[in-house]
Write a protein that binds this ligand. Structure first.
Ligand SMILES: Nc1ncnc2c1ncn2[C@@H]1O[C@H](COP(=O)(O)OP(=O)(O)OP(=O)(O)O)[C@@H](O)[C@H]1O
Ligand SMILES: [Mg+2]
Length: 149
């Protein structure tokens, strides 16, 4: 890659060839994502959602490790902004999302990133940003920003 991707190239679909490349791209994406917004991050198992969040968190000034909140369901990563990282895979119902009290933790400036947003249908704001991750047949990963259009 070598250069910072524009919003337009994320909308077209950014292809990366290693986890490190994804992290680097996602780190730069942090500058494109406005504060106090939700990013819904969909894609099949292993498509690279958590890898993306790792870079995003770094771009938001978080220096620690980013692990999947599969069991904790919610991680709070404190950087220049507070990044709330939810993995909804194990949420039994959309109502269970309410129990995480995410909005109470959304202290400005914040971002919320949600893996498996399908599981919390109707719980995220309509104006959420939406990124779709996919694994391509040749082993590369593609990230496409589908909202805002
Ligand atoms: N170009 C790439 N982008 C992202 N990850 C990649 C890439 N190439 C290889 N990988 C590897 O693919 C794996 C992606 O795992 P990751 O946990 O990020 O996926 P996930 O979508 O969060 O999975 P889950 O659905 O279980 O939450 C990692 O082991 C990562 O190193
Ligand atoms: Mg994950």
């Amino acid at each position: 890659m070598g250069q910072i991707a524009s919003l337009e190239s994320w909308k077209t679909g950014l292809v990366t060839r290693s986890g490190a490349e994804t992290e680097q791209a996602a780190e730069a994406f942090a500058d494109l994502l406005p504060p106090d917004t939700v990013l819904s991050l969909s894609g099949e198992l292993g498509s690279g959602k958590t890898t993306f969040v790792r870079g995003l968190a770094r771009g938001l000034g978080y220096a620690g490790d980013v692990t999947s909140p599969s069991f904790s369901l919610l991680n709070v990563l404190e950087g220049r902004r507070r990044l709330l990282h939810v993995d909804a895979y194990r949420l039994k119902t959309p109502e269970a999302f309410d129990g995480l009290m995410v909005w109470d933790l959304a202290k400005t400036p914040w971002n919320l990133v949600v893996e498996w947003p399908e599981r919390v249908e109707g719980r995220l704001p309509a104006e959420s940003w939406r990124m779709e991750a996919a694994m391509l047949p040749d082993g590369a990963h593609r990230y496409r920003l589908v909202q805002p259009a």
